[in-house]
Structure formats: C-alpha cells, structure tokens
Design a protein around this ligand. Structure first.
Ligand SMILES: Cc1cc2nc3c(=O)[nH]c(=O)nc-3n(C[C@H](O)[C@H](O)[C@H](O)COP(=O)(O)OP(=O)(O)OC[C@H]3O[C@@H](n4cnc5c(N)ncnc54)[C@H](O)[C@@H]3O)c2cc1C
Length: 388
C-alpha cells in the first residue's frame, strides 16, 4: 500500500492551484451574486490543456486516469472555487466518456477536440421532471426518420444549459411497452443545442448560482443519426459505464469544498477573540473541527481507493458509491461546522462559508441521492433484498 501521490500527481495539483489562485474568494462571491458563468476559469483551464486530462491523447487529451482527474477537481474546489468552479468544467472531464468508449472514429474526431480545447461547452440531460431516479421511465423520445431522429420531451436540472452549444442526452427510441427490459430502448445522443427547438429555463436555486441548472424543453429537434452514440437502444448501458468515475469526481470535489471550509473555520477560530481569548481555545469549537478533519481524511482515502481501482480496471462500484456518500456527508458537515465556528459572521456573505454550506448540498443529492447509495450497498455488498 502506498498512500502518497506521485511527483507527477503533485505537480498536477500545484499547476491547478496556480491557475485557480487567479480567482479569489471575492471573484466567486461576485459570481454567486450575479449568477454569471465563470468563463474565465473555463478558458484558463482549457488554455493549459487541462480540460482533456482524462481524454485520449489521440484527440488532444492528456490520457491520464481518474485519479489525476480527481486530484484536479479536488484542487479546483479546494481553491475556494467550490462547486461554482468545479461544476463549470465537470462535464468536460469525463462527460464524453461514452463517446470515447462507444463512439465511432468520425465522432471522436468531431466531438472530442472542440470540447477539450474549450471551443464547445456541453451539458448532460438525463433527469426528467416526472420520473426522478427511475431513469428507465424517461419520456423524452427520439423517433427515427431516415437519416435523422425527431426528438421531443422535457428534461430538468440540466446544468450549464444556458451557456452550452452541445448536449449529451438520453431519449427513448423504443416505447417501454415494446421492450424486453426497461433498460432497453434508450438511446444516447451528443448533438447541437439548436435553440430554435430547445428552450432552457433557469431554475432559481439555493446555491452555485454561477452555474445554471435548467428545465429544458425539446420540441421537434432534428438530431442527425450521425450524432447517435453507439447502437440504438443501448444508451442506458453506456451511461452506466460512466457512473463510477462520475461519483469519484463529485466525491473529490466535495472533499475539496469541505477542506476549504475547514481551513477558513480554523483560521477564524485562531483570530476571533471573545472573553479575552481566541474562540479556538474552547474545546466546543476545537472538537467539531477536529472531527471534520478526520471525516474528510477518511472520505479522501475512499475517493482515491475507488479512483485507483477504476484506473486499474478493477470493480469499484461499492467503493465509488461509498466515496460519493462519505465525501458528500463529510463536506457538508465541515461546511456546517465552519458556519457555526464563525457564529453570526458565518451567516454573512463576507466570510464565504455560508456560500460553501449552500453548495455542499449539491454532492449529497447529485448525481444520486444518499438513499439510493445506501440501497446499493445494502443490496450489492451485503446481499439484502431489493427494497424498490
Ligand atoms: C444543482 C443540481 C444540478 C443537477 N445537474 C444535473 C445535470 O446536469 N443533469 C442531469 O441529468 N441531472 C442533474 N441533476 C439532477 C440530479 O441528478 C437529481 O436531482 C438526483 O439524481 C435526484 O433525483 P430526483 O431529483 O429526480 O429525485 P426523486 O427521484 O424525485 O427522489 C426524491 C427523494 O426520494 C428519494 N427516493 C426515491 N425513491 C426512493 C427509494 N426507492 N428508496 C429510498 N428513497 C427514495 C430519493 O433518494 C430522493 O431523496 C441536478 C440536480 C441538482 C440539484
């Protein structure tokens, strides 16, 4: 067992930290206030080639693993950018993995370089309003018509849809009643967001205002058959392929957010004096922060265990789910403790921790709720009967 990062991995973290240092806490607070997308961070990371960190070298990527991608995403979040920064590029890092694995050569050449170079921005449209986590019941349909499909339907929570020109979207191509299994008949497309047929309406939400989330209405969108990824009807399986790395990256981002919140709390606890001594001299302030440190360390170990297993091509479903759960909870607890350490000032925007607390809810809910992770562990690891 080797718990240390390699020199290359440490230099990745240092390079990302250097880029992120250009965007200070005031920048992120400002973006949260205005809701403006952090294009500057996206461009800065694209300029230095970081958006292709886990994409194949043949298409302009760096060909590195999920471990390196997790180091990068954690560093972005931990810089103080939190989920406002991480979510702005999250889709670039691994979102197009279905194209890498299941796309044809023409699609890889057409789709990957523009995303890696930052010329394209893409959103991920799976969740639907009346379906929830029961993804196989999605209603968005794509009807084949010669060399194209005609797509109509509705998505919800599609992040970045205000600023993207591309979307990776799951639609039903065979009616549910005509399939053998509910997972059949779903097809994945990566296509243009033709705004004359796609309308994205921002959902006013609790935090991460710089990165929009939307209701998306699709009405008669012509999707070229050339934009279909892999075989018709197998899209759900293609998405499953990316579930573990997705959870690992979100988990790394959650650890990063928890760490920056904890650092701010510790600093404030040393500086703030009440009753003629620093508040950090009180065990009531110290102990919750010490507990958060331990929880974040433990979660981080699980994140990099899952990432290492994934990069070695080994099964990592339990570890990836556990990492996502533990990191999200640890991140949230650290943000909450940071607010409480600041007392009244924890509630003031000026001290940033209230923004972190609002953002820390995201990895708890996304891309899958804690309940369903617990179900996964209960069923797949402990062998208990399926509850739903
Ligand atoms: C900020 C944000 C950004 C997002 N970005 C995207 C995006 O870019 N693209 C995208 O496709 N989606 C996105 N999502 C959607 C997100 O992935 C879903 O919200 C999440 O998967 C939960 O699904 P749901 O909201 O439909 O919950 P529901 O399915 O409606 O469930 C509601 C609650 O009931 C619980 N529940 C349901 N069934 C069971 C059961 N059998 N047992 C126990 N508990 C159960 C769930 O755990 C959950 O807590 C985003 C969401 C948010 C909040």
């Amino acid at each position: 067992m080797d718990f240390s990062f390699t020199e290359d991995q440490q230099s990745i973290r240092a390079a990302i930290e250097k880029i992120c240092a250009q965007f200070d806490a005031a920048y992120w607070r400002g973006r949260d206030e205005t809701g403006e997308f952090p294009h500057e961070l996206h461009q800065a990371l694209a300029r230095d080639g970081w958006l292709g960190i886990a994409m194949p070298e043949a298409y302009g990527g760096a060909g590195l693993g999920i471990t390196e991608a997790a180091i990068m995403m954690q560093a972005i979040s931990q810089s103080g950018a939190g989920f406002s920064g991480a979510s702005a590029v999250h889709m670039n890092i691994f979102g197009l993995n279905p194209v890498v694995v299941f796309g044809n050569e023409e699609q890889k050449r057409r789709f990957l370089p523009p995303l890696i170079e930052g010329r394209d921005k893409a959103c991920f449209a799976v969740t639907e309003p009346n379906v929830g986590l029961n993804t196989t019941r999605i209603k968005t349909k794509a009807v084949p018509q010669g060399d194209h499909y005609l797509m109509s339907g509705q998505k919800i929570w599609t992040s970045t849809a205000q600023v993207t020109n591309k979307m990776l979207i799951l639609a039903r191509t065979t009616p549910l009643e005509d399939t053998v299994r509910p997972v059949d008949g779903l097809t994945l497309f990566y296509t243009d967001m033709d705004r004359s047929h796609v309308e994205a309406r921002v959902i006013p939400k609790m935090g991460r205002h710089a990165v929009d989330s939307n209701q998306v209405f699709i009405d008669g969108l012509r999707v070229p058959a050339a934009d279909r990824i892999g075989e018709e009807g197998k899209g759900f399986g293609y998405l499953l392929h990316g579930f573990n790395p997705e959870r690992i990256l979100i988990a790394a981002e959650a650890v990063g957010l928890g760490r920056v919140a904890l650092a701010r709390a510790a600093q404030y606890a040393v500086e703030r004096e009440v009753f003629d001594r620093p508040i950090g001299m009180n065990q009531g302030i110290q102990h919750p922060l010490a507990e958060c440190w331990m929880q974040l360390e433990a979660a981080e170990l699980m994140v990099y265990k899952a990432a290492t297993l994934y990069d070695q091509g080994k099964p990592c479903g339990a570890e990836s789910n556990a990492a996502k759960y533990l990191a999200a909870e640890a991140g949230y607890r650290a943000c909450e403790a940071a607010v409480m350490t600041h007392g009244g000032m924890g509630y003031a925007q000026e001290f940033h921790v209230e923004r972190y607390l609002r953002e820390s809810m995201i990895p708890r809910i996304v891309p899958i709720s804690p309940h369903l992770i617990l179900c996964y562990i209960a069923e797949r690891v402990l062998g208990l009967p399926k509850s739903y």
